[in-house]
Ligand binder design. Sequence first.
Ligand code: SOE
Length: 380
Amino acid sequence: MVGHAFMGAAHSQAWRSAGRFFDLPLNPVMQVLGGRDMARTAAAAEKLGWLDCETDWRRLVERDDVDLVDICTPGDTHAEIAIAALEAGKHVLCEKPLANSVAEAEEMVRAAEAAAAHGVRAMVGFTYRRVPAIALARRMVAEGRLGDIRHVRAQYLQDWIADPEAPLSWRLERDKAGSGALGDIGAHIIDLAQHITGDHIAEVSGQLETFVKERPLAAEHAGLSGTASAERGQVTVDDAALFLARFRGGAAGIFEATRFATGRKNAIRLELNGSRGSLAFDFEDMNVLEYFDAEEPDETAGFRRILVTEPTHPYVAAWWPPGHGLGYEHGFTHQAVDLVTAIAEGTDPTPGFAEGLQVQRVLGAVEVSSDTRQWQQVPA
Ligand code: SOE
């Protein structure tokens, strides 16, 4: 694994727990952790459970005792590391968004296609697909429980930089992150909306806003927090991204991703309305899926809460008895399980790099639309 900050810790937890709760066809060994600074990487390896460390990711991807490279670094390094790993014949799991631009994502897809010819697999980490309530929502839509989807309402609301003096983390720098709320959290709701509906966004009309244009530089970096230094720097990404969307299948979509929704910490809110019913989800109550069956008599119809903790629900059987809910980290474990299973079975894991590229195209179209104030088509 390369990178050991927030995502590195989440992925390490997944690698530690996957084989302890699920019967895996292969046994993942946490062989080597990559980071820039030896002392910090060694401390992280010790804490997170890795056997060895490297400070040069190029050496890491070439090691004979490495079969899979898990990329948990900022977006500006995804393409280079993923392509080198695929060329070295290693399977790759790459954090989202796949890249910082459509052009980089296209290169990554080409590398993944070339590697696939030799049985090498590549996956992008849209982890929330593996929250049981989300997986159940997709299953219900596929079964036709919602009928024809008319409305897709998707929000990703956070507030970790609402304070104008919150330090300028790499997530606020365009050259490192590609974009702001758009790519960091907007990418998740684009993926979720498309994944649950089984449909793709055809065109968008976007609005990007940067409310706070200058911030103190970070003196010391610690995930989404960190202390401020006396120096200041420019914010070069969007603080909030909003867009309307038309889906190819005819549904109308409205998306909102922001880091300025005071009081909302990690509220991924989705609501789908179809001809036969509706579904609603909020990550801040992530073990629940709300369902409205429009075919019930008006007298008794109403949204009901499905507690998604039954062994018949996706992924749940491996964990706890009904009512003993799951948390943020479990999605990462499910991702590791699905990837290892695909590798063992010789199938392509989902979402693959081509799906990551398609999300990148939606992100790119939102940016162009916001700049030109025109609707923008998403290339198929
Ligand atoms: C920060 O907004 C962040 O850590 C994202 O980068 C993750 O993808 C999301 O899961 C939580 O929030």
